[in-house]
Design a binder for this molecule. Structure first.
Ligand SMILES: [Zn+2]
Length: 69
């Protein structure tokens, strides 16, 4: 279940996406602020810049590819 921590007058909101890490499948903590979003996985310690948007009432989180090996 997604938990969201946001105050009405806050400039950012934090949410935890269970299994949301694209690297290891761990829980991803995402902080969304106007114009930016950042993600952190406490399991593998990955830092990401997920694209977060609401489409038809559903939250969508995308992890754009930034590189490959
Ligand atoms: Zn991870």
């Amino acid at each position: 279940m997604i938990s969201i921590d946001a105050k009405p007058d806050a400039q950012s909101a934090d949410m935890t996406l269970p299994g949301g890490c694209a690297v290891c499948g761990g829980d991803l903590v995402v902080r969304v602020a106007p114009g930016s979003s950042r993600g952190y996985c406490g399991t593998c310690r990955s830092l990401t810049r997920p694209a977060v948007r609401v489409v038809k009432g559903q939250l969508q989180v995308a992890h754009p590819m930034v590189g490959s090996a």
